[in-house]
Design a binder for this molecule. Structure first.
Ligand SMILES: Nc1ncnc2c1ncn2[C@@H]1O[C@H](COP(=O)(O)OP(=O)(O)OP(=O)(O)O)[C@@H](O)[C@H]1O
Ligand SMILES: [Mg+2]
Length: 167
């Protein structure tokens, strides 16, 4: 039997009078690729932000990797955040960091890996997403739209996440 990895239960999201979600329910199993379809402004990105604890739902419950997001200690929250990767809709790259530095942010922040190993892992990810190695020293403003997406994907994959969110 497959394990449920994300569970959204009766989620309601409201911004002022704008009801974005009215009791949304879904569950995603381990190993599953789950896509959400809907028109512009229908609430896909907001639901994703709720799943990654950037905004709380107005009501309802969300469980990710076996943890109920509404009842976590700060430490549990931090640990959970290292177990998923996120590719934001607009990339959300750090404009003052190079491509390599953007990809390495979580590795430097959350691991004690040697600098040499971090640099190897960054190169590996740059290669994996199909960027030329010379892109490593470029800054986000010097990238094409597609390159930005690839860097954002490489950054989302940097920590070998159990779960990958793609907006
Ligand atoms: N922080 C916020 N404060 C108030 N309203 C918000 C906020 N974020 C999103 N909304 C509103 O929530 C609704 C859903 O937005 P969302 O970004 O989830 O749409 P989407 O389905 O991702 O659309 P798209 O396909 O264009 O990316 C929209 O009406 C939007 O204006
Ligand atoms: Mg969106």
């Amino acid at each position: 039997m497959s394990r449920v990895i994300i569970e959204v239960k009766d989620v309601v999201t409201q911004f002022g009078n704008n009801v974005v979600h009215d009791k949304v329910n879904l569950s995603v199993n381990e190993g599953e690729i789950f896509g959400l379809l809907g028109g512009s402004g229908s609430g896909k990105s907001v639901l994703l932000k709720e799943m990654i604890m950037l905004i709380p739902p107005t009501s309802g419950e969300i469980t990710v990797l076996g943890q109920n997001l509404s009842s976590l200690s700060l430490e549990q929250e931090q640990t959970l955040r290292t177990r998923w990767g996120v590719l934001f809709q607009s990339g959300a790259l750090f404009s003052s960091l190079s491509v390599a530095e953007n990809i390495g942010v979580a590795l430097r922040e959350y691991t004690n890996l040697e600098e040499d190993l971090i640099e190897d892992l960054i190169s590996l990810k740059i290669d994996l997403v199909g960027l030329p190695s010379r892109a490593a020293t470029l800054y986000p403003a010097q990238l094409s739209g597609g390159m930005k997406k690839r860097v954002a994907l490489a950054r989302a994959l940097a920590m070998e996440p159990k779960l990958l969110f793609l907006d």
